[in-house]
Design a protein. Sequence first.
Length: 276
Amino acid sequence: MLREISVKGLFGRFNYRVRLKDGGVTVLTGPNGFGKSTLFSLIAAVANRDRKALFSMPAREFSLSFDGGEQFVFEKTDGGFNVDGEAVDPGENATEAEERAAALVGAIKRAGGDGYISAALGGEEKIREYAAKLRGLPAVVGKAYNAGGKEKEKAELLVSLLSDKLTFKTPIIGSGGLEFIDESGEKTAFALLSAGEIRLTEFYADLLFGTPDGALLLIDEPEISMHIAWQFTLADDVEEICRALGGARAIIATHSPQILGGHRDLQVDLGEQYGE
């Protein structure tokens, strides 16, 4: 299991050591441009055996340490690149060390941010895919509920998490899957929820139904469109989702200290490490 992330010379400026917290959730904070999202990209590059991304990393050295003492170092050299001290070429097959590091990182799930902006940057086809995914979300939750067992438990957890936050609407599992009932007892179409309510539902559903058990969740700026009261309980919610995902772990990168709630012990402040 991943225990520590270390980077040297990130953007020619930053040296960080991020030790993951016990209990499943670590919260990275720091100013814009301090490399939070870049750390996620480097972890993903190791997990995906993406040597091209590692060769072009904006850092001198990147390393991952795991429970049991194993460590893997990816290092730029003059005119080359080393993996655990062994010179490698971009066109070569992954080394034994790269394969082992990828296996130890395991499955990853990247989440957070603004889904529409990400889709828009990918062009019209990505926008259509994103819209179709949103339209189909209520049915996905209903299908999970009807499947029974662990999938039903995840659907029930989603309803519980939303029930604690939505105002004037009650989420239920009905004939159409995930449904929302207003104060008069009438259904409110998913598309007619507020932007924040849609964003919250999409975010939690994506984590619960789009993540392999035991995966590492890399969650970037989940606070977008979220009221401060929702942000305050987000770390607790993600921890509960991690338990539902068979002991998954999460690293949350955020500009909002409210996400820590009452859990300052979960914080790793990159700005503090740099001396800001």
